[in-house]
Design a protein around this ligand. Structure first.
Ligand code: ATR
Length: 276
């Protein structure tokens, strides 16, 4: 039977994953398909049963099912356990379905090589921050600060991580020169969301990395502001592509070309913006 893969979510029609995976399948001469599946609210269990029954070889999981999928799987890898969220399901040779989370590692790979003693500041303490912070911990990073609008949520994340420090957004702004990497993980700056900046950047350290996990628009107001300083800015496309590339390699045993995909998607999303 021809292999097939999928991404499940709600909404799903704007997902870039089908384009990305279909392109990589073709590029690597793998005879398989990758399709988007819209799963109605309350129907996740039925959808998973159907995927298994119809011989799906593996699938991605996106909003809002990353947590809810867990009880329907046979096993959860450490990458997903700590975060409590799965974005990739792999079917093993003995027909077991194993959940992984490739989001955080995807983000780290999008940065390129970074010394593990770097000081890292998170803006936001939601699901995305949680995923990246766990992956950073697993990769040996220790100097992590979480600044969030609701301090209790930052403290909760630090507590779960058993690492790092929670600080206020105002304190983050004042101590900004201490951080080598600043990661913007709130939805601010996303299309149709508020356009205010989570913090001002005038105290940013020279040559710091300023990353935003949002990729629509490619240049968020936060990155636009960061580009006024002597820093390296990173948009959210790299994370999207690298999390997909890791999933692809779990399913197919081949590492696809991520750099070319970032270029392609940058072009498609209408930006001539290149990370510096
Ligand atoms: P996800 O879980 O996908 O990362 P989210 O739950 O929509 O995204 O939001 C995550 C983070 O963005 C949270 O830390 C949230 O702050 P609170 O804990 O105070 O809710 C933060 N956030 C969302 N909107 C924000 C805004 N307008 N200003 C500042 N922070 C915001």
């Amino acid at each position: 039977m021809k292999k097939w893969f999928a991404v499940i979510g709600n909404p799903i029609s704007h997902s870039l994953s089908p384009y990305m995976h279909e392109t990589w399948l073709k590029e690597n001469n793998i005879d398989a398909s990758y399709i988007p599946i819209h799963v109605e609210e309350g129907k996740l269990g039925d959808a998973v049963k159907a995927l298994k029954l119809l011989g799906c070889s593996g699938w991605n999981v996106t909003v809002p099912y990353k947590n809810e999928i867990i009880p329907f799987l046979d096993e959860i890898d450490d990458s997903a356990k700590g975060i409590g969220a799965v974005n990739t399901v792999v079917k093993t040779e003995d027909n077991r379905f194993v959940g992984y989370n490739t989001d955080g590692l995807g983000f780290i790979q999008s940065l390129g090589p970074i010394p593990t003693d770097n000081q890292i500041l998170f803006l936001g303490a939601g699901g995305a921050a949680r995923g990246i912070a766990h992956a950073l911990k697993q990769s040996g990073f220790r100097n992590i600060f979480i600044a969030n609008r609701t301090r209790a949520n930052a403290e909760q994340l630090v507590n779960d991580l058993q690492m790092g420090q929670a600080i206020d957004l105002q304190e983050a702004e004042e101590r900004l020169y201490e951080f080598d990497i600043v990661i913007q993980t709130t939805p601010q700056g996303m299309k149709n969301q508020e356009n205010t900046l989570p913090i001002q950047l005038h105290k940013i350290k020279e040559h710091a990395i300023v990353a935003d996990i949002v990729y629509n628009p490619l240049v968020t107001p936060f990155l636009e502001e960061a580009n006024k300083y002597n820093v390296r800015t990173i948009n959210g496309l790299g994370m999207l592509v690298h999390q997909g590339a890791i999933a692809f390699s779990y399913w197919n045993g081949i590492k696809p070309n991520s750099d070319k995909m970032v270029e392609r998607l940058t072009e498609q999303l209408g930006g001539n913006y290149v990370n510096r």
